[in-house]
Design a binder for this molecule. Structure first.
Ligand SMILES: [Zn+2]
Ligand SMILES: [Zn+2]
Ligand SMILES: [Zn+2]
Length: 175
């Protein structure tokens, strides 16, 4: 079966018209979720099933922290269980996002990357060399306050990277 990965799991346009499939925001705020077992008990609490694919995916997320595309995560999972397909990994990632355990971010032109919501952050990405800096939420505090006051708009600094030029590339450009 061909898999058409959603460019953005939060964009209803990437769904096939069935709104019941669109992810909904997590019902409860993220609490301390530090181990695979913590996540699995959260999944159970929300009526989700603990499947072996889900367990392997969580191990991949915990063991190899960073910014991994669904394809990369699938490779990690398939090293343990070759019969688990990309489409299953996408379904699991969507459910884990609904539970507030996983977030995805668009860091540039490539595929979305996923990481655990624990320690979530924004990203600065250099448009020239692709370097990525993790940007703590406090960096967005001023923008968040201004956007709320002037537009009643609540920004989400995690979803898309802020693009620009890193220090090294600026220095190289200056010669
Ligand atoms: Zn997205
Ligand atoms: Zn990140
Ligand atoms: Zn750069």
């Amino acid at each position: 079966m061909a898999v058409s990965p959603p460019l953005c799991a939060r964009n209803p346009d990437t769904y096939d018209g069935d709104v019941s499939k669109a992810p909904e925001p997590a019902e409860t705020p993220v609490r301390n979720v530090e181990t695979v077992d913590d996540v699995l008990s959260l999944v159970r609490e929300h009526g989700g099933r603990v499947t072996s694919s889900r367990r392997l995916l969580l191990h991949a997320l915990f063991d190899m922290p960073g910014h991994r595309s669904a394809e990369e995560l699938t490779e990690l999972v398939q090293a343990q269980a070759p019969d688990i397909h990309l489409s299953t990994v996408y379904r699991n990632l969507e459910e884990l996002e609904r539970l507030g355990v996983v977030e995805h971010a668009h860091l540039g032109h490539g595929p979305a990357t996923y990481h655990l919501s624990v320690g979530a952050h924004g990203h600065f990405v250099c448009e020239e060399c692709g370097a990525m800096l993790e940007a703590a939420d406090e960096l967005f505090a001023g923008l968040s306050a201004t956007a709320r006051d002037r537009f009643g708009f609540e920004i989400n600094p995690h979803h898309f990277a802020v693009l620009g030029r890193c220090r090294e590339c600026q220095e190289a450009a200056q010669g």
